[in-house]
Design a protein around this ligand. Structure first.
Ligand code: IPD
Ligand code: CA
Length: 275
């Protein structure tokens, strides 16, 4: 049973194969895209989601990786004869709505772990597909944008900060007041519509923080970006300042605060003054 793999090489091939696989969808982007039923994560699947997932699965199979797939689209599936040795958590396309509207902000996300929990992720890649940029991280080896090592920003005050905040599809189920306080105190607020990539922006220091307290973000969305941001020096917790270690599962949702250390502290004091 083979357990050691050349993940940087497999990632490079996944990237090329996903990019190639989605070309037919990109060229018909402004046309109506059929719904292919509900994906495992609870959203409608589009052809582009399945094309990207198939490209990832086939690349792993070509390298004889036996694995358990944890996908936002197909759910949990096993491949090969030792699928409990390797877990591949993927959101094949994060930002499908952007993609199908022709907005150039969407990504493909792949995380590798030896166990099905977030803290066990040891290799990660997020591909910014429209800009052909790759974010990668390997545990204890740092995080990279293409070949360039990344670090979180040094901004130390919310009054100067640029913060990614996801309140998309707000359903009244979380304390909006805490987020309003955050909006009042922060210089700039953004939501780009592909959370994996938005967390990589924190890793790169393009933004100072990313906050999603809707309890809607899925582990498939952030499994890879979690390691990438951690390796770049981000502090990542839930709204109670607890480290996030949840099972990797398409249905598992979480609250997520990723930021440089100082900004993280300030965010927490606003969203949860009891901490
Ligand atoms: C979506 C994006 C978006 C977030 C949604 C997610 P998807 O991912 O990350 O930014 O607001 O909650 O579902 O559905 O395009 O993979
Ligand atoms: Ca998706």
């Amino acid at each position: 049973m083979k357990t050691e793999f050349d993940w940087p090489q497999i990632f490079r091939e996944c990237k090329t194969n996903v990019q190639t696989a989605i070309i037919p969808c990109i060229s018909t982007i402004r046309m109506p895209q059929p719904n292919l039923g509900m994906g495992a994560g609870g959203d409608m699947m589009k052809p582009v989601d399945l094309f990207a997932e198939t490209a990832i699965v086939n690349t792993l199979k070509q390298h004889n990786v036996s694995f358990t797939l944890i996908s936002e689209e197909s759910g949990i599936k096993t491949y090969g004869d030792s699928p409990q040795t390797c877990y591949i958590t993927t959101d094949p396309i994060d930002g499908t709505t952007n993609l199908t509207h022709g907005l150039p902000f969407y990504a493909s996300s792949i995380a590798v772990s030896s166990k099905p929990d977030l803290a066990s992720v040891h290799a990660a890649m997020v591909i910014d597909l429209p800009h052909d940029i790759t974010y990668t991280a390997f545990k204890d080896k740092g995080a990279y944008r293409n070949d360039k090592k990344m670090e979180t920003s040094k901004i130390s005050s919310l009054a100067e900060a640029l913060l990614g905040l996801d309140i998309n599809a707000y359903n009244g189920k979380f304390n909006i007041q805490s987020v309003l306080d955050l909006i009042y105190k922060t210089k700039h607020i953004r939501h780009f519509g592909a959370n994996a990539l938005e967390v990589c922006y924190v890793a790169e220091g393009l933004t100072d923080a990313f906050v999603d307290l809707r309890n809607k973000i899925r582990t498939t969305d952030v499994a890879a970006a979690f390691l990438i941001a951690k390796e770049a020096g981000a502090t990542i917790t839930d709204e109670k300042n607890q480290p996030i270690n949840v099972p990797l599962d398409p249905k598992q949702t979480l609250n997520f605060i990723a930021a440089n250390k100082q900004i993280h502290k300030q965010i927490l004091s606003l969203v949860n003054p009891n901490v």
